[in-house]
Design a protein around this ligand. Structure first.
Ligand code: FES
Length: 109
């Protein structure tokens, strides 16, 4: 099975009070659930995979979602953003610029 898009969604959880915080504490589990629901609703779940991931090392900016094959890093993703990412990026091919991490510079086209 080869997926058209593969999403890695950080669900790492650190103990309460940990200095970096964690994506799970910021809502990463709800974000992954929202992706799974949205993909299923649109019948895209066979071609686009939303996997749980461990720490992706942008903890302070979480929840973090990485989309391959583009290597697009989304940060601060909320469940309310998921439909937009699916529609605009995964279906339409245009990443949602306002949610992209600035850490790695512009996306390679
Ligand atoms: S805890 Fe999610 S990137 Fe580190």
């Amino acid at each position: 099975m080869r997926f058209r898009h593969h999403l890695f969604i950080c669900e790492n959880r650190r103990p309460e009070g940990a200095p970096k915080g964690s994506c799970a504490a910021r809502g990463g589990e709800a974000v992954r659930a929202a992706f799974k629901n949205e993909l299923l609703k649109r019948g895209l779940n066979e071609e686009i995979r939303a996997n749980s991931a461990g720490c992706l090392d942008l903890c302070e900016q979480g929840p973090v979602v990485v989309v391959y094959p583009e290597g697009a890093w989304y940060v601060g993703v909320r469940p309310e953003d998921v439909a937009e990412i699916v529609e605009q990026h995964l279906v339409g091919g245009r990443p949602v610029e306002r949610l992209l991490a600035r850490t790695f510079g512009p996306l390679q086209k």
